[in-house]
Design a binder for this molecule. Sequence first.
Ligand code: G6P
Length: 476
Amino acid sequence: MTQAELVVVANRLPVDRVVGPEGELSWRRSPGGLVTALEPVMRRADGAWVGWPGQADIDVDPFEFEGTYLVPVRLSAEEVELYYEGMSNDTFWPLYHDVISEPRYRRVWWDAYVKVNRRFAEAAAAAAAPGATVWVQDYQLQLVPQMLRERRPDLTIGYFHHIPFPAYGLYSQLPWRRQVLEGLLGADVIGFQRVADAGNFARAVRRQLRYPTKASGITVPNPDGTTRNALAKAFPISIDTASYVELAEREDIRARAQEIRESLGNPKKILLGVDRLDYTKGIRHRMKAFGELLADGRVDVEDVTLVQVASPSRERVDAYMQLRDEIELTVGRINGDHDTMGHTAIRYLHQAYPREEMVALFLAADVMLVTALRDGMNLVAKEYVASRIDNRGVLVLSEFAGAADELPSAVRINPHDIDGMKDAIMRAIEMPAAEQGRRMRALRKKVRENDVATWSQSFLRAMDHAQTLNHAKSVN
Ligand code: G6P
């Protein structure tokens, strides 16, 4: 078996399995940002990627794909239910997003989570060359760092947490709060989206494990009585900015943006929301605010349309099914009350689109609404900004999204404050072009300077640094 110097471990492989018309199987690169970000790094390092192929009960042998060695981890249908839908997305996801939906604590889910994390750790241990670097991704795999260290103390291990890490008062609900902290602390570098997330993590470590922390460093005891240093700090993730600029410059995509406006009846202003259909995104709050603006007569359906793209997500988890029902009821009510023959209040699309269509939508939208109640980063905010090469358009951004730390020139909102959000939407609709330009230029500067390559390089550099330190320690 091939062994790699750099191994990425993520719940999902960076490819989607596609079945052709004749039943033939092939793989297509997934559209995700992380995949794009790591592709050049993986190619250079002859890297390996350990992950689940996205379907239950399929056996796939490791294979080479566009310069990366892919190592599929098999999950049974029962494991998908208990580890992925249950523990990952009905316990950790709601708990880490400030219990917007009530987390469920089920011991059988936890048992499956431990078992599946062990399987990922074993696959990663087998794929890593002596002294290699392994980079574990996200909340589905929080136990992998420690499990990997136990098996392979020679490795340098990093972990990046893509979602928020909650305040200790919430985190402490978790029946397995110690095990998860110990699992994460198996890593040499633990990355978070925001400074506040890293702070919440350090506090949980102090309160639960009583390990000393200083600045970004945590002193972790080794089994032999010595100690080592783990780094826990913010590495805000970003997007492949240049690829959005490139799409936004394309004539066909610009024409498509025009076509979108026309097909909506050429409203004066288009508002846009783009989210996975998830209760963390504040889609209902956004619709409530917009519905009230229509009802109050502050906006007219002939002039303003809200386009809401809500891509299907985690459709077998109860909270997601319920949310979908609620949103679709709300859309139906608002449209029923306000639509005219020629204009709709909300154009709701429960679909996923290719990047080209998304950029056309970004170009068509005068106002982008990111109203998350809690969000690790929110890359859509950055994608909108990157696409606005004309320096026009307004980003309305929730302060509860990680992106708010880096994008202070957006119109900031608290999505729980419906009146405040209504005023912010009006301000965005009415904003003079000069102010739009000033703000958009400042926003664009941020996403140009900090793209996803900068992010992955700074994380990899931190892991390199940890490796040098560990090596120096073991030589002394
Ligand atoms: C969030 C998580 C990712 C996850 C993605 C899609 O961005 O941080 O880890 O992959 O949502 O969710 P899914 O459950 O479809 O993988």
